[in-house]
Structures are given as C-alpha cells and as structure tokens.
Design a protein around this ligand. Sequence first.
Ligand SMILES: O=C(O)CCC(=O)C(=O)O
Length: 293
Amino acid sequence: MTPTEILSYPANALDEAQRRKYFERGFLTIPNAIPMEWVKRLRELSDEFLDASRRFDASDDVFDLGPNHTTSTPHVRRLKALVDRHPEFWAFASRSSLTDIAADLLGPNVKFHSSKLNYKWPGSGEVVQWHQDITAWPHTNYSLVTLGVHLDEVTYDEGPLSCVPGSQEGPLYVHRDNQGRWTGSIAEADLAGAGLERAEDMLGGPGTVIAINCRVLHASRANLTKRVRALPLFVFASADAFAWMPPPSPTRKTGQIVRGTPAKVAHLDPRPCPVPPNWAEEGYSSISAAQKK
Ligand SMILES: O=C(O)CCC(=O)C(=O)O
C-alpha cells in the first residue's frame, strides 16, 4: 500500500500528525503506547528466558549467545522467533495496541512477518552497524514496519536505535564486502554521503514504541550503563507485500494475517532492491553474528 492509501483509512491508535510524521521521516517514537501491564509481563517473560539460557552453552534456534555467556552470567544477544517462544508474545503481536499501531502505519490488512528480542549487555561494547532491514528480507514493496517496545527507560547511554530522517526515500545500499560476502551492514564508502550526521536517537520511557520503516538507515551504539537493554522487535507488512526470497528468521506465524484480509493482488514497487543470500540454503543467526563476521 502507498502512504496516501494508508492515510485514507481512519486511525486506531495514532493521531494524524504522528502518521504523517512517520511517512515523511521514515520512523516515529510513540511514548506511552503500551499499557504498563503488558510492559511488566514482557519484562517477566524476558527474565525467564534469560534465566533459562544458563542451561545452554552454544547458540541454537532459540538463543543467539554472545562470547561472554556462562551458566552463572548469561550473555544472550537475541531471543529468536519470539512469537514461537511463548503464547503471550504472540498475543501481544496479534491482539494488542501494538497491532493497532501496525494497522495505522500499514493499512487495514496487516501480515505478521517476524519477531525477536534483542539484548545489549553492559560492558560488551556491542554495537549494531548502519543497515537497512529490507535488504535482508526483500518484498514486492516497502510497506513494512518494525515496531520495538521499550521495556525500561532508554536514554542516550543504553545504546538506543538511531535513524536517519528521510532515508526511506534514498537508495538501498548493498550490504556486502568487496568479495561479495554478506556483512549485514553498509560499507564505509557508501556511508560517506548517507546523512549520518542528521541521525536521531529513539529515546523514551517504558511503554514507548519505536516504529521504523524497512528502508530506513539505522544503527545502535554500545550500552554504556550497568543494565542490560532488552528490546523486543516485531515486523509487520501490508498484506499486499510478498517476500521474494526466503526469510532469514521465519517463525511459525510468519505470513499470518493479524488484521483484515489477505491480499488478492500484490503491490509491486518499481524501486530496485539488492538480493540477499538465500537464507534457506545458507542459514541465518542474527544481525550481530553477521556483522561480527
Ligand atoms: O537491537 C538493536 O540495537 C538494533 C537492532 C536492529 O537494528 C535490527 O535488528 O535490525
């Protein structure tokens, strides 16, 4: 769906100014968007999984473990395929104010794509380098949004996501090195003119939702605090956007319609998109693992 078509439908959760700002800039911070009962429950579930990770010593289909992981001190970089991990994660993605926000930014017919819970540990120095999400999971159009939920206060020091305003209208960069290997990040040479100096941090208290269009150039810095930063992320698509390569991190719910009805006609956006590796053949762990390589 195009922004004009989406805006022609009444909003559920956002006001007109917020929706227009999202389409103009490519991203939006929405304070107090999620009721505190949900925030508390998501935090509890996250803590339970971090505790469970102590029993594992290698990454698998559930946990992407960092190099400092031990049974006494968990270092989980990502809880994968979040909606498959617990029914309440799926209830949150498919039947909550989060789904209302997805519909306000994608139109009345919304398809679930994927979800994960990213952690950023104090002292690990972990950063996520500049990238554009859609280059890992290309679709027939660019009406896809990632919605992240702040479970705690996120300030400059927690390693917030940082986005370049208007970059959704710019080019899509190749996320590969000189040998053509996938890096999950944009090469230094391409970043020179990409407007990084205009990037804005997505800050806010618990219950804040951050919305990022799939073409937007974004990154996140290291966590300078003593607390782990936990960030659940959920990706949704307009129902008329269809993946043309296998998804990197499929879930059992990928492709499920969470609002409205399935599309009978695909929307094809003519703007070109780089081709990612075939994840069904090569496998995919996480953006941190790809960028570390
Ligand atoms: O967790 C973060 O800080 C960034 C995550 C991100 O940009 C991504 O997973 O695409």
